[in-house]
Write a protein that binds this ligand. Structure first.
Ligand code: ADP
Length: 374
C-alpha cells in the first residue's frame, strides 16, 4: 500500500479578525450610503462584507453579518432619502436587499458544501488508516503462517549447532580428562562451541524479529545479504523438495532503503511459492535467485523457477487478495508482497517465460544515501 499523505483541512482566517474588518467596512459603506444616494453600489459592498465573514467558515457569524448588512442597508436608505421614497428608489432598495440575500445564501450553501467535503476527506483519511492497520495485521498473520511453514527448517537450523555444541563439549571434556590434559585442544573445542552457540542465537533472533509485530524500519539494506538470509531460513524446505538452487548475485551488492524484515518476508514468500509450484513437476526443480541493478534508479530481485508456470487466465489476478489456486492457500502472500514492495516505492510483477516456469520479480528505488545504516 502506498504511503498516502493525510489530507489536511484548509487554513481559514480567524473569525474575530475578519468580523472586525467586516464591521469596519460595513460601517464605512453605511456612512457613504447614508450621505449619498448610491443604493445599489452600497449593496455590492455589503455583499463583500458577507463574503469576507463567510471566508472564516463560521455559519452563525455569516448569518449575523447578513442580517447586520440588511439592517444597515435599510437604515442608510431611510437616512439618505429622508422620508421621500420614490418608486425608483424603493425598487433599487429591493434589488439591493435581494443582492445581499442572494450573496448570503450562496455563501452559506458554499460553506455547507465545503463542510461536507471536509467530512468526506476525514472519512477517507480514517478509511486509509483502517486499511493500513488491516494490511499490517494481515502482514503479521502471514508472517506467523510462514513461520509455521518454516518450523521444520528452523528446528533443523537450531538443532544443528546445538548438536555440534554437545559434540564439542564432550570432546573438550575428553581432552581435559587425559592423564596429561591437552589444554590447547580443549580450548579449540570451546571456541567452536561458542561459535555454534552464536549461530543458534542468530537463527533465533531472526525468527523472533519476524514474529514481532512492528512498524516499518527503513534502513540501507544489502539485497544480496537479504537473499542469503532468506535462503538460510528456507534451506531445509529446499532440500526436502530437492530444489537445485542457483544464486546469481550482483557485485557490488545492490542496496535499497527498506525494512529488512519486510523484504525478507517478500523473498521467503516468493521462494515458498516457487517450491510449491515445482512440487508436482516431474523434471528438474530449478530455482534461480538473482539481484541486479535494474536502471539508474532501481535495484531488482528476480525469483525464477521451473514450476507449473502461470496461465494467461491467472496472470491478471495473482496479486489480488484471496486469489489462490491451492487447496490450502490463503491467497494473501502475493497481495502482501505487493503492498510491501509498493509501500517502499517499488513494483512487483510476474512473467511466465516460453521455456516454462515462472519469474516473479520486483524493483525497489536504489538507496541514495538518505537511509541510515542498519
Ligand atoms: P497462496 O500461496 O496462498 O495461494 P499467493 O498470493 O502467494 O497465495 O499466491 C497466489 C497464487 O499465485 C497461487 O495460488 C498460485 O496460483 C500463483 N503463484 C504464485 N507464485 C507462483 C509461482 N512461482 N508459479 C506459479 N504460480 C504461482
Amino acid at each position: 500500500m502506498k504511503n498516502c499523505r493525510r489530507a489536511s483541512p484548509p487554513v481559514r482566517p480567524d473569525v474575530r479578525v475578519v468580523s472586525t474588518l467586516a464591521a469596519v467596512i460595513a460601517l464605512a459603506v453605511f456612512g457613504i450610503a447614508a450621505l449619498t444616494s448610491l443604493d445599489i453600489a452600497a449593496a455590492v459592498f455589503y455583499g463583500v462584507v458577507v463574503l469576507l465573514v463567510a471566508s472564516a467558515g463560521n455559519r452563525p457569524a455569516t448569518i449575523a453579518a447578513a442580517w447586520g448588512c440588511v439592517a444597515l442597508m435599510l437604515l442608510g436608505f431611510m437616512i439618505s432619502h429622508n422620508g421621500a421614497y420614490s418608486g425608483g428608489a424603493i425598487a433599487r432598495c429591493a434589488v439591493s436587499l435581494l443582492a445581499i440575500a442572494t450573496t448570503s445564501r450562496l455563501a452559506l450553501r458554499n460553506m455547507a458544501a465545503t463542510a461536507m467535503l471536509h467530512e468526506q476527506v476525514e472519512m477517507l483519511n480514517l478509511a486509509q488508516e483502517a486499511l493500513a492497520r488491516s494490511t499490517a495485521e494481515l502482514a503479521h498473520v502471514t508472517r506467523i503462517t510462514m513461520l509455521g511453514e518454516m518450523a521444520a527448517s528452523v528446528a533443523h537450523e537450531v538443532t544443528q549447532p546445538i548438536a555440534a555444541i554437545v559434540t564439542c563439549g564432550a570432546a573438550a571434556l575428553r581432552w581435559l580428562n587425559r592423564p596429561a590434559p591437552e589444554i590447547d585442544e580443549a580450548a579449540q573445542s570451546v571456541t567452536q562451541m561458542i561459535r555454534d552457540a552464536k549461530r543458534a542465537d542468530e537463527v533465533i533472533q531472526r525468527i523472533r524479529s519476524m514474529a514481532k509485530k512492528r512498524d516499518r524500519l527503513p534502513a540501507t539494506v544489502d539485497l544480496n545479504g537479504i537473499v542469503g538470509e532468506s535462503i538460510e531460513l528456507v534451506r531445509l524446505e529446499l532440500e526436502r523438495h530437492r530444489v537445485e538452487l542457483k544464486s546469481d548475485l550482483a557485485a557490488p551488492p545492490p542496496t535499497a532503503c527498506c525494512d529488512r524484515v519486510q523484504l525478507q518476508q517478500v523473498l521467503i514468500n516468493l521462494i515458498m511459492n516457487s517450491v510449491q509450484a515445482m512440487a508436482d513437476v516431474t523434471g528438474p526443480r530449478k530455482l534461480r535467485i538473482a539481484t541486479r541493478r535494474f536502471d539508474h534508479e532501481h535495484v531488482q530481485v528476480i525469483v525464477q523457477d521451473s514450476g507449473t508456470g502461470i496461465s494467461e487466465e491467472n496472470s491478471g489476478h495473482l496479486f489480488n487478495a484471496f486469489f489462490t489456486t491451492k487447496a490450502e492457500g490463503m491467497g494473501m502472500g502475493l497481495s502482501i508482497c505487493r503492498s510491501i514492495v509498493e509501500a517502499h516505492g517499488g513494483r512487483i510483477w510476474a512473467e511466465s517465460p516460453a521455456a516454462g516456469g515462472a519469474v516473479l520479480q520486483f524493483i525497489l528505488p536504489v538507496d541514495e544515501g538518505r537511509c541510515h545504516e542498519q
